[in-house]
Design a protein around this ligand. Sequence first.
Ligand SMILES: [Zn+2]
Length: 99
Amino acid sequence: MEHQDLLNGLIRLHVLHHAVEGELYGQWMIEELARHGYKLSAGTLYPMLKSMEKKGYLVSENRRDGRTARKFYRATPLGREALQIARGKVRELIGEMME
Ligand SMILES: [Zn+2]
């Protein structure tokens, strides 16, 4: 994807937003991001989810979804707190960018 480095932070916040709202799994998140115009491969998203888990923002659980085994992610208390902080920063940035 073009401008990947620059957009990575936004993608992480988007992931965190959905992980706070409920559970998500990789393929669902790839489709959700595609809907918003981000073309991410599993090879890019999966390591991102793993690193967010390692940093303590997400926890995962392996579960069956019908016949498919999936890794479901949700936000930890740290992830919720980080999203709250980011929300304030995004609001301020948008205010300045859209002046
Ligand atoms: Zn979304």
